[in-house]
Design a protein around this ligand. Structure first.
Ligand code: UDP
Length: 515
Protein backbone atom coordinates (compact mmCIF):
# COMPACT_ATOMS: atom_id res chain seq x y z
CA UNK A 1 0.00 0.00 0.00
CA UNK A 2 1.30 3.47 -0.90
CA UNK A 3 2.35 5.58 2.08
CA UNK A 4 0.26 8.71 2.63
CA UNK A 5 2.17 11.96 2.17
CA UNK A 6 3.17 13.59 5.45
CA UNK A 7 0.95 16.44 6.54
CA UNK A 8 1.95 19.81 7.94
CA UNK A 9 -0.50 21.01 10.58
CA UNK A 10 -1.06 24.77 10.56
CA UNK A 11 -2.83 26.45 13.45
CA UNK A 12 -3.70 29.97 12.29
CA UNK A 13 -5.17 32.63 14.58
CA UNK A 14 -8.32 34.44 13.62
CA UNK A 15 -7.20 37.84 12.36
CA UNK A 16 -7.41 37.82 8.57
CA UNK A 17 -4.02 39.56 8.49
CA UNK A 18 -2.58 36.43 10.18
CA UNK A 19 -4.86 33.75 8.79
CA UNK A 20 -4.60 34.56 5.09
CA UNK A 21 -0.79 34.99 4.88
CA UNK A 22 -0.24 31.79 6.88
CA UNK A 23 -2.35 29.73 4.49
CA UNK A 24 -0.71 31.42 1.53
CA UNK A 25 2.72 30.46 2.89
CA UNK A 26 1.42 26.91 3.34
CA UNK A 27 0.38 26.80 -0.31
CA UNK A 28 3.84 27.92 -1.37
CA UNK A 29 5.34 25.18 0.76
CA UNK A 30 3.13 22.57 -0.91
CA UNK A 31 4.16 23.82 -4.35
CA UNK A 32 7.86 23.74 -3.42
CA UNK A 33 7.53 20.24 -1.94
CA UNK A 34 5.75 18.98 -5.04
CA UNK A 35 8.35 20.68 -7.28
CA UNK A 36 11.05 18.84 -5.35
CA UNK A 37 9.31 15.51 -5.95
CA UNK A 38 8.40 14.89 -2.29
CA UNK A 39 4.83 16.10 -1.76
CA UNK A 40 3.33 17.23 1.52
CA UNK A 41 -0.27 17.99 2.47
CA UNK A 42 -1.66 20.70 4.73
CA UNK A 43 -4.06 20.21 7.63
CA UNK A 44 -5.51 23.42 9.03
CA UNK A 45 -6.86 23.36 12.56
CA UNK A 46 -9.53 26.01 12.84
CA UNK A 47 -10.32 27.49 16.24
CA UNK A 48 -13.77 29.08 16.56
CA UNK A 49 -13.31 32.84 16.06
CA UNK A 50 -13.95 35.12 19.05
CA UNK A 51 -16.36 37.40 17.12
CA UNK A 52 -19.02 36.82 14.48
CA UNK A 53 -17.35 39.20 12.09
CA UNK A 54 -14.06 37.34 12.26
CA UNK A 55 -15.90 34.03 11.90
CA UNK A 56 -17.61 35.13 8.71
CA UNK A 57 -14.39 36.58 7.20
CA UNK A 58 -12.62 33.32 7.91
CA UNK A 59 -15.49 31.18 6.59
CA UNK A 60 -15.37 33.15 3.30
CA UNK A 61 -11.69 32.60 3.01
CA UNK A 62 -11.88 28.90 3.82
CA UNK A 63 -14.48 28.48 1.09
CA UNK A 64 -12.11 30.07 -1.44
CA UNK A 65 -9.19 27.91 -0.35
CA UNK A 66 -11.30 24.74 -0.47
CA UNK A 67 -12.44 25.48 -4.01
CA UNK A 68 -8.92 26.31 -5.05
CA UNK A 69 -7.51 23.20 -3.41
CA UNK A 70 -10.11 20.97 -5.04
CA UNK A 71 -9.51 22.33 -8.53
CA UNK A 72 -5.73 22.25 -8.28
CA UNK A 73 -5.38 19.09 -6.16
CA UNK A 74 -3.31 20.97 -3.60
CA UNK A 75 -4.11 18.67 -0.70
CA UNK A 76 -5.44 21.10 1.91
CA UNK A 77 -8.04 20.14 4.48
CA UNK A 78 -9.68 21.88 7.39
CA UNK A 79 -10.45 20.37 10.78
CA UNK A 80 -12.59 22.33 13.21
CA UNK A 81 -11.60 22.39 16.88
CA UNK A 82 -14.20 22.57 19.63
CA UNK A 83 -14.50 25.96 21.32
CA UNK A 84 -12.36 26.50 24.39
CA UNK A 85 -13.67 28.81 27.12
CA UNK A 86 -12.45 32.41 26.88
CA UNK A 87 -9.57 32.84 29.33
CA UNK A 88 -9.89 35.51 32.02
CA UNK A 89 -7.30 38.32 31.70
CA UNK A 90 -4.52 38.31 34.27
CA UNK A 91 -5.95 41.39 35.95
CA UNK A 92 -9.23 39.57 36.54
CA UNK A 93 -12.49 39.19 34.68
CA UNK A 94 -13.92 42.50 33.50
CA UNK A 95 -10.54 44.22 33.55
CA UNK A 96 -9.84 43.53 29.87
CA UNK A 97 -6.67 42.22 28.25
CA UNK A 98 -3.56 44.35 28.27
CA UNK A 99 -2.91 43.55 24.59
CA UNK A 100 -3.35 40.95 21.85
CA UNK A 101 -0.20 39.17 23.04
CA UNK A 102 -2.00 38.42 26.33
CA UNK A 103 -5.35 37.46 24.81
CA UNK A 104 -3.86 35.23 22.11
CA UNK A 105 -1.33 33.51 24.37
CA UNK A 106 -3.89 32.84 27.12
CA UNK A 107 -6.34 31.49 24.55
CA UNK A 108 -3.67 29.17 23.18
CA UNK A 109 -3.15 27.67 26.61
CA UNK A 110 -6.82 26.71 26.50
CA UNK A 111 -6.56 25.33 22.99
CA UNK A 112 -3.39 23.27 23.49
CA UNK A 113 -5.29 20.10 24.58
CA UNK A 114 -7.64 20.38 21.58
CA UNK A 115 -4.72 20.76 19.19
CA UNK A 116 -3.02 17.79 20.74
CA UNK A 117 -6.14 15.64 20.40
CA UNK A 118 -6.65 16.67 16.77
CA UNK A 119 -3.03 15.92 15.82
CA UNK A 120 -3.14 12.62 17.70
CA UNK A 121 -6.14 11.63 15.59
CA UNK A 122 -4.37 12.08 12.24
CA UNK A 123 -3.86 8.85 10.36
CA UNK A 124 -1.01 9.99 8.13
CA UNK A 125 2.57 10.82 9.17
CA UNK A 126 2.76 14.30 10.74
CA UNK A 127 5.65 16.46 9.55
CA UNK A 128 5.10 19.40 11.89
CA UNK A 129 2.79 21.59 13.86
CA UNK A 130 3.21 25.23 12.78
CA UNK A 131 1.95 27.95 15.12
CA UNK A 132 1.52 31.72 14.82
CA UNK A 133 3.94 34.17 16.44
CA UNK A 134 2.18 34.63 19.81
CA UNK A 135 0.88 31.05 20.01
CA UNK A 136 3.84 29.24 21.54
CA UNK A 137 1.75 27.69 24.36
CA UNK A 138 0.68 25.32 21.55
CA UNK A 139 4.23 24.02 21.28
CA UNK A 140 3.33 21.81 24.26
CA UNK A 141 0.81 19.95 22.11
CA UNK A 142 3.48 19.11 19.54
CA UNK A 143 6.16 18.28 22.12
CA UNK A 144 3.75 15.93 23.91
CA UNK A 145 3.33 13.90 20.71
CA UNK A 146 6.97 14.02 19.62
CA UNK A 147 6.04 16.08 16.54
CA UNK A 148 8.43 18.84 15.39
CA UNK A 149 7.05 22.32 16.05
CA UNK A 150 7.68 25.44 13.99
CA UNK A 151 6.69 29.09 14.41
CA UNK A 152 5.44 31.06 11.42
CA UNK A 153 6.10 34.79 11.67
CA UNK A 154 3.92 36.91 9.42
CA UNK A 155 6.29 39.77 10.21
CA UNK A 156 9.86 40.88 9.54
CA UNK A 157 13.14 39.22 10.49
CA UNK A 158 13.72 42.34 12.63
CA UNK A 159 10.61 41.43 14.61
CA UNK A 160 11.84 37.85 14.91
CA UNK A 161 15.16 39.21 16.20
CA UNK A 162 13.37 41.37 18.76
CA UNK A 163 11.28 38.46 20.03
CA UNK A 164 14.35 36.24 20.30
CA UNK A 165 16.20 38.99 22.11
CA UNK A 166 13.30 39.90 24.41
CA UNK A 167 14.27 37.59 27.35
CA UNK A 168 17.82 39.00 27.42
CA UNK A 169 16.52 42.56 27.05
CA UNK A 170 14.22 41.97 29.98
CA UNK A 171 17.07 40.71 32.14
CA UNK A 172 19.24 43.66 31.13
CA UNK A 173 16.46 46.14 31.98
CA UNK A 174 15.92 44.50 35.38
CA UNK A 175 19.63 44.56 36.13
CA UNK A 176 19.73 48.24 35.17
CA UNK A 177 17.05 49.00 37.73
CA UNK A 178 13.92 48.80 35.60
CA UNK A 179 12.28 46.49 38.08
CA UNK A 180 8.81 46.81 36.65
CA UNK A 181 7.73 49.10 39.47
CA UNK A 182 5.84 51.52 37.24
CA UNK A 183 6.83 55.03 36.18
CA UNK A 184 10.06 55.45 34.25
CA UNK A 185 11.38 52.13 35.54
CA UNK A 186 8.60 50.46 33.59
CA UNK A 187 10.10 51.49 30.24
CA UNK A 188 13.33 50.78 28.44
CA UNK A 189 15.30 53.91 29.26
CA UNK A 190 17.65 54.24 26.32
CA UNK A 191 17.90 52.99 22.80
CA UNK A 192 17.34 49.24 22.57
CA UNK A 193 20.05 47.16 20.94
CA UNK A 194 18.72 44.71 18.34
CA UNK A 195 21.69 43.10 16.56
CA UNK A 196 21.73 43.95 12.86
CA UNK A 197 19.75 47.18 13.31
CA UNK A 198 20.77 50.72 14.28
CA UNK A 199 19.89 51.51 17.95
CA UNK A 200 16.08 51.34 18.29
CA UNK A 201 14.49 54.30 20.12
CA UNK A 202 12.11 53.00 22.83
CA UNK A 203 9.36 55.06 21.16
CA UNK A 204 9.57 52.69 18.20
CA UNK A 205 9.07 49.44 20.14
CA UNK A 206 5.99 47.27 19.45
CA UNK A 207 3.10 47.95 21.82
CA UNK A 208 3.77 44.68 23.66
CA UNK A 209 7.21 45.89 24.74
CA UNK A 210 6.35 49.47 25.64
CA UNK A 211 5.31 48.95 29.26
CA UNK A 212 7.23 46.38 31.30
CA UNK A 213 4.55 46.23 34.01
CA UNK A 214 1.66 44.79 32.00
CA UNK A 215 0.88 41.11 31.23
CA UNK A 216 1.15 41.71 27.46
CA UNK A 217 4.82 42.49 28.03
CA UNK A 218 5.37 39.25 29.93
CA UNK A 219 3.72 37.30 27.15
CA UNK A 220 5.89 39.00 24.56
CA UNK A 221 8.99 37.89 26.44
CA UNK A 222 7.50 34.43 27.09
CA UNK A 223 6.83 33.83 23.41
CA UNK A 224 10.31 35.00 22.43
CA UNK A 225 11.82 32.61 24.97
CA UNK A 226 9.85 29.67 23.64
CA UNK A 227 11.01 30.25 20.06
CA UNK A 228 14.19 28.48 21.12
CA UNK A 229 12.21 25.21 21.44
CA UNK A 230 11.06 25.27 17.82
CA UNK A 231 12.54 23.12 15.08
CA UNK A 232 12.54 26.19 12.84
CA UNK A 233 11.30 29.76 12.48
CA UNK A 234 9.55 30.52 9.20
CA UNK A 235 9.60 34.24 8.41
CA UNK A 236 7.70 36.21 5.78
CA UNK A 237 10.69 38.21 4.61
CA UNK A 238 13.30 38.01 1.90
CA UNK A 239 16.92 37.20 2.71
CA UNK A 240 18.16 40.13 0.60
CA UNK A 241 15.87 42.56 2.44
CA UNK A 242 17.24 42.09 5.95
CA UNK A 243 20.67 40.44 5.53
CA UNK A 244 22.33 41.95 8.61
CA UNK A 245 19.51 41.05 10.98
CA UNK A 246 19.33 37.51 9.62
CA UNK A 247 23.09 37.06 9.98
CA UNK A 248 22.93 38.34 13.57
CA UNK A 249 20.12 35.91 14.41
CA UNK A 250 21.95 32.93 12.88
CA UNK A 251 25.08 33.89 14.79
CA UNK A 252 23.31 33.77 18.15
CA UNK A 253 23.73 37.50 18.74
CA UNK A 254 20.07 37.88 19.77
CA UNK A 255 20.14 34.84 22.04
CA UNK A 256 23.17 35.30 24.32
CA UNK A 257 25.49 33.43 22.00
CA UNK A 258 23.29 30.33 21.71
CA UNK A 259 22.32 29.54 18.13
CA UNK A 260 18.55 29.69 17.67
CA UNK A 261 16.55 27.31 15.48
CA UNK A 262 17.14 27.78 11.74
CA UNK A 263 15.28 30.67 10.13
CA UNK A 264 13.53 29.97 6.81
CA UNK A 265 12.87 33.17 4.83
CA UNK A 266 9.97 32.44 2.50
CA UNK A 267 8.71 35.89 1.47
CA UNK A 268 7.34 37.91 0.06
CA UNK A 269 4.17 35.96 0.76
CA UNK A 270 1.58 38.36 -0.65
CA UNK A 271 -1.91 37.25 0.17
CA UNK A 272 -4.95 38.45 -1.70
CA UNK A 273 -6.85 40.11 1.11
CA UNK A 274 -10.60 40.08 0.97
CA UNK A 275 -12.64 43.19 1.72
CA UNK A 276 -14.49 43.10 5.06
CA UNK A 277 -17.82 42.94 3.20
CA UNK A 278 -18.68 42.22 -0.40
CA UNK A 279 -18.03 45.40 -2.41
CA UNK A 280 -20.98 47.10 -4.10
CA UNK A 281 -21.88 45.49 -7.44
CA UNK A 282 -20.42 48.44 -9.37
CA UNK A 283 -17.01 47.79 -7.79
CA UNK A 284 -16.97 44.14 -8.72
CA UNK A 285 -16.29 44.99 -12.34
CA UNK A 286 -12.99 43.93 -13.84
CA UNK A 287 -11.42 47.31 -13.21
CA UNK A 288 -11.82 49.18 -9.95
CA UNK A 289 -12.59 52.90 -10.10
CA UNK A 290 -9.35 53.75 -8.28
CA UNK A 291 -7.35 51.83 -10.87
CA UNK A 292 -9.23 53.46 -13.75
CA UNK A 293 -8.46 56.88 -12.25
CA UNK A 294 -4.76 55.98 -12.01
CA UNK A 295 -4.61 55.21 -15.75
CA UNK A 296 -4.96 58.91 -16.46
CA UNK A 297 -2.10 59.97 -14.13
CA UNK A 298 1.57 60.30 -15.17
CA UNK A 299 4.09 57.63 -14.07
CA UNK A 300 5.31 57.80 -10.45
CA UNK A 301 3.30 60.98 -9.80
CA UNK A 302 0.66 59.89 -7.27
CA UNK A 303 0.94 59.80 -3.46
CA UNK A 304 -1.09 56.80 -2.27
CA UNK A 305 -2.45 56.92 1.29
CA UNK A 306 -3.98 53.77 2.78
CA UNK A 307 -3.88 52.50 6.36
CA UNK A 308 -4.69 48.81 6.59
CA UNK A 309 -7.71 46.97 7.81
CA UNK A 310 -8.28 48.80 11.12
CA UNK A 311 -7.08 52.41 11.07
CA UNK A 312 -9.57 55.25 10.68
CA UNK A 313 -9.34 59.03 10.81
CA UNK A 314 -10.99 61.65 12.97
CA UNK A 315 -11.98 64.94 11.33
CA UNK A 316 -9.09 66.66 13.14
CA UNK A 317 -6.47 64.29 11.74
CA UNK A 318 -8.08 64.17 8.31
CA UNK A 319 -7.94 67.99 8.30
CA UNK A 320 -4.15 67.87 8.75
CA UNK A 321 -3.77 65.41 5.86
CA UNK A 322 -6.04 67.51 3.65
CA UNK A 323 -4.01 70.65 4.46
CA UNK A 324 -0.78 68.83 3.57
CA UNK A 325 -2.24 67.58 0.26
CA UNK A 326 -3.71 71.01 -0.49
CA UNK A 327 -0.38 72.73 -0.02
CA UNK A 328 1.86 70.11 -1.63
CA UNK A 329 0.08 70.35 -4.98
CA UNK A 330 0.91 66.68 -5.65
CA UNK A 331 -1.51 64.16 -7.13
CA UNK A 332 -2.97 61.75 -4.57
CA UNK A 333 -5.20 58.73 -3.99
CA UNK A 334 -6.40 58.63 -0.39
CA UNK A 335 -8.31 55.70 1.13
CA UNK A 336 -10.11 57.36 4.03
CA UNK A 337 -12.18 55.56 6.65
CA UNK A 338 -14.25 57.28 9.31
CA UNK A 339 -14.50 56.60 13.08
CA UNK A 340 -16.51 53.56 14.24
CA UNK A 341 -20.19 53.86 15.01
CA UNK A 342 -21.05 54.25 18.71
CA UNK A 343 -20.24 51.06 20.65
CA UNK A 344 -18.34 49.52 17.69
CA UNK A 345 -14.63 48.97 17.17
CA UNK A 346 -14.35 48.86 13.38
CA UNK A 347 -14.13 51.90 11.15
CA UNK A 348 -17.00 52.97 8.94
CA UNK A 349 -16.94 54.02 5.31
CA UNK A 350 -15.61 57.55 5.36
CA UNK A 351 -18.38 60.16 5.48
CA UNK A 352 -16.32 62.55 3.41
CA UNK A 353 -18.59 65.54 3.85
CA UNK A 354 -18.31 65.22 7.64
CA UNK A 355 -14.60 64.39 7.87
CA UNK A 356 -12.96 66.60 5.25
CA UNK A 357 -12.55 70.39 5.40
CA UNK A 358 -15.06 72.35 3.34
CA UNK A 359 -14.10 72.78 -0.30
CA UNK A 360 -11.21 70.28 -0.23
CA UNK A 361 -12.72 67.78 -2.66
CA UNK A 362 -13.72 70.50 -5.10
CA UNK A 363 -10.32 72.24 -4.94
CA UNK A 364 -8.37 69.05 -5.59
CA UNK A 365 -10.66 67.12 -7.91
CA UNK A 366 -8.38 67.63 -10.94
CA UNK A 367 -5.46 65.91 -9.17
CA UNK A 368 -6.84 63.78 -6.37
CA UNK A 369 -9.26 61.00 -5.50
CA UNK A 370 -10.54 60.26 -1.98
CA UNK A 371 -11.93 56.74 -1.68
CA UNK A 372 -14.07 56.03 1.41
CA UNK A 373 -14.12 52.21 1.28
CA UNK A 374 -11.91 49.17 0.90
CA UNK A 375 -9.62 49.59 -2.11
CA UNK A 376 -7.61 47.00 -4.06
CA UNK A 377 -4.32 48.01 -2.45
CA UNK A 378 -2.03 45.50 -4.15
CA UNK A 379 -3.31 46.37 -7.57
CA UNK A 380 -2.99 50.07 -6.82
CA UNK A 381 0.58 49.73 -5.58
CA UNK A 382 1.50 47.84 -8.73
CA UNK A 383 0.23 50.70 -10.93
CA UNK A 384 2.91 52.73 -12.71
CA UNK A 385 1.30 56.02 -11.60
CA UNK A 386 2.08 55.42 -7.91
CA UNK A 387 5.21 57.22 -6.72
CA UNK A 388 5.02 56.79 -2.95
CA UNK A 389 2.93 55.15 -0.25
CA UNK A 390 1.85 56.74 3.03
CA UNK A 391 1.27 53.56 5.03
CA UNK A 392 0.46 52.46 8.58
CA UNK A 393 3.27 49.90 8.12
CA UNK A 394 1.40 46.65 8.67
CA UNK A 395 3.92 44.12 7.43
CA UNK A 396 1.63 42.93 4.63
CA UNK A 397 1.35 46.49 3.34
CA UNK A 398 5.09 47.03 3.64
CA UNK A 399 5.87 43.88 1.67
CA UNK A 400 3.29 44.74 -0.97
CA UNK A 401 4.91 48.15 -1.37
CA UNK A 402 8.42 46.72 -1.58
CA UNK A 403 7.37 44.04 -4.06
CA UNK A 404 5.95 46.84 -6.23
CA UNK A 405 9.09 48.99 -5.87
CA UNK A 406 7.16 51.82 -4.19
CA UNK A 407 9.06 53.82 -1.52
CA UNK A 408 7.18 54.54 1.69
CA UNK A 409 6.26 57.33 4.07
CA UNK A 410 5.65 55.37 7.28
CA UNK A 411 2.80 56.58 9.45
CA UNK A 412 2.48 53.84 12.06
CA UNK A 413 -0.36 53.57 14.53
CA UNK A 414 -0.55 50.36 16.61
CA UNK A 415 0.84 46.84 17.22
CA UNK A 416 4.38 46.52 15.81
CA UNK A 417 3.87 49.24 13.20
CA UNK A 418 6.16 51.81 14.87
CA UNK A 419 8.93 49.22 14.88
CA UNK A 420 8.27 48.34 11.23
CA UNK A 421 8.42 52.05 10.37
CA UNK A 422 11.82 52.29 12.02
CA UNK A 423 13.06 49.14 10.28
CA UNK A 424 11.87 50.34 6.87
CA UNK A 425 13.47 53.78 7.18
CA UNK A 426 16.61 53.12 9.23
CA UNK A 427 17.28 49.46 8.40
CA UNK A 428 15.96 48.62 4.94
CA UNK A 429 16.23 52.20 3.67
CA UNK A 430 13.19 52.24 1.36
CA UNK A 431 11.32 54.91 3.31
CA UNK A 432 11.56 58.56 4.26
CA UNK A 433 10.93 59.17 7.95
CA UNK A 434 7.78 60.96 9.13
CA UNK A 435 7.57 62.55 12.61
CA UNK A 436 4.65 60.78 14.32
CA UNK A 437 3.43 61.79 17.79
CA UNK A 438 2.76 58.43 19.41
CA UNK A 439 1.54 60.08 22.61
CA UNK A 440 -1.33 61.71 20.64
CA UNK A 441 -2.74 58.60 18.95
CA UNK A 442 0.02 58.83 16.33
CA UNK A 443 -0.87 62.35 15.26
CA UNK A 444 0.96 63.90 12.31
CA UNK A 445 0.94 67.65 11.67
CA UNK A 446 0.12 68.95 8.18
CA UNK A 447 3.50 70.68 7.83
CA UNK A 448 5.35 67.46 8.67
CA UNK A 449 3.41 65.36 6.17
CA UNK A 450 3.92 68.02 3.51
CA UNK A 451 7.66 68.06 4.25
CA UNK A 452 7.88 64.26 4.03
CA UNK A 453 5.94 64.12 0.75
CA UNK A 454 8.26 66.70 -0.75
CA UNK A 455 11.31 64.85 0.58
CA UNK A 456 10.14 61.70 -1.21
CA UNK A 457 8.76 63.19 -4.41
CA UNK A 458 10.99 66.24 -4.87
CA UNK A 459 13.99 66.09 -7.23
CA UNK A 460 16.53 67.61 -4.83
CA UNK A 461 16.34 65.52 -1.67
CA UNK A 462 19.06 62.91 -1.06
CA UNK A 463 16.82 60.96 1.36
CA UNK A 464 14.03 60.66 -1.23
CA UNK A 465 16.39 59.67 -4.03
CA UNK A 466 17.90 56.94 -1.86
CA UNK A 467 14.50 55.62 -0.80
CA UNK A 468 13.30 55.49 -4.42
CA UNK A 469 16.43 53.68 -5.60
CA UNK A 470 16.39 51.23 -2.70
CA UNK A 471 12.71 50.42 -3.29
CA UNK A 472 13.45 49.51 -6.90
CA UNK A 473 16.42 47.36 -5.93
CA UNK A 474 14.28 45.54 -3.37
CA UNK A 475 11.51 45.00 -5.89
CA UNK A 476 13.99 43.18 -8.13
CA UNK A 477 15.28 41.14 -5.16
CA UNK A 478 11.73 40.20 -4.10
CA UNK A 479 10.78 38.79 -7.46
CA UNK A 480 14.11 37.03 -7.92
CA UNK A 481 13.77 35.40 -4.50
CA UNK A 482 10.72 33.37 -5.44
CA UNK A 483 12.00 32.20 -8.82
CA UNK A 484 14.08 29.11 -9.55
CA UNK A 485 17.48 29.69 -7.93
CA UNK A 486 16.09 32.44 -5.66
CA UNK A 487 16.64 32.58 -1.91
CA UNK A 488 13.02 32.12 -0.79
CA UNK A 489 12.36 29.17 -3.08
CA UNK A 490 15.60 27.55 -1.93
CA UNK A 491 14.55 28.16 1.66
CA UNK A 492 11.14 26.56 1.08
CA UNK A 493 12.84 23.50 -0.44
CA UNK A 494 15.18 23.21 2.56
CA UNK A 495 12.17 23.51 4.83
CA UNK A 496 10.31 20.86 2.86
CA UNK A 497 13.28 18.48 3.19
CA UNK A 498 13.50 19.13 6.93
CA UNK A 499 9.77 18.49 7.28
CA UNK A 500 10.02 15.17 5.45
CA UNK A 501 12.93 14.13 7.61
CA UNK A 502 11.12 15.03 10.81
CA UNK A 503 7.78 13.41 9.93
CA UNK A 504 6.52 10.97 12.55
CA UNK A 505 3.68 8.52 12.87
CA UNK A 506 1.82 9.74 15.91
CA UNK A 507 1.54 6.83 18.32
CA UNK A 508 -1.97 5.35 18.57
CA UNK A 509 -1.62 5.44 22.37
CA UNK A 510 -1.44 9.21 22.29
CA UNK A 511 -4.97 9.32 20.89
CA UNK A 512 -6.37 8.48 24.28
CA UNK A 513 -4.48 11.06 26.26
CA UNK A 514 -5.59 14.50 27.39
CA UNK A 515 -8.48 16.02 25.52
N1 UDP B 1 -5.97 46.28 2.27
C1 UDP B 1 -6.61 46.44 1.07
N2 UDP B 1 -7.44 47.51 0.92
C2 UDP B 1 -7.65 48.43 1.89
C3 UDP B 1 -6.96 48.26 3.12
C4 UDP B 1 -6.13 47.18 3.28
O1 UDP B 1 -6.46 45.63 0.15
O2 UDP B 1 -8.40 49.37 1.67
C5 UDP B 1 -5.11 45.08 2.46
C6 UDP B 1 -3.64 45.37 2.25
O3 UDP B 1 -3.32 45.24 0.88
C7 UDP B 1 -2.99 44.31 3.12
C8 UDP B 1 -3.98 44.10 4.24
O4 UDP B 1 -5.22 44.62 3.79
O5 UDP B 1 -2.85 43.10 2.41
C9 UDP B 1 -3.59 44.81 5.52
O6 UDP B 1 -2.60 44.08 6.16
P1 UDP B 1 -1.45 44.78 6.98
O7 UDP B 1 -0.60 43.72 7.58
O8 UDP B 1 -0.74 45.76 6.15
O9 UDP B 1 -2.20 45.62 8.08
P2 UDP B 1 -3.35 45.30 9.16
O10 UDP B 1 -4.63 45.50 8.46
O11 UDP B 1 -3.13 43.88 9.62
O12 UDP B 1 -3.10 46.34 10.19
Amino acid sequence: MAMANPTVVLVPVWGVGHFVPMIEAGKRLLAAARGGGRPLTLTLLIMPAPTEKRASEIADHIRDVEQDSESSGLGIRFLYLPAAPAPPPAAGAGAGYSGPEEFISLSMQQYAPHVRAAVAGLLCPVAAVVVDLFCTPLLDAAHGLGVPAYVYLICSAAMCALLLRAPALDDEASAAGGGGGGGEDAQFGEAVHVPGLPPVPPSCLPTGLVDRTVPAYEWFVYNGRRYMEAAGLIVNTVAELEPRVLAAIADGQCTRGVRPPPVYTVGPVLADSTPPAAPPAAEQEAEHECVRWLHSQPPRSVVFLCFGSARFFTAEQAGEVAAALDRSGRRFLWVLRGPPARGEKMFTDGDLAAILPAGFLERTKHRGLVWPRWAPQREILAHAAIGGFVTHCGWNSALESLAAGVPMLPWPWAAEQHYNAFVLAAGVGAAVRVEVDRSRDSFVEAAELERAIEALFGDDGEEGRKARETALEIKAACWKAVEEGGSSLASLRRLSDALHQGAVDVLPASQDSEV
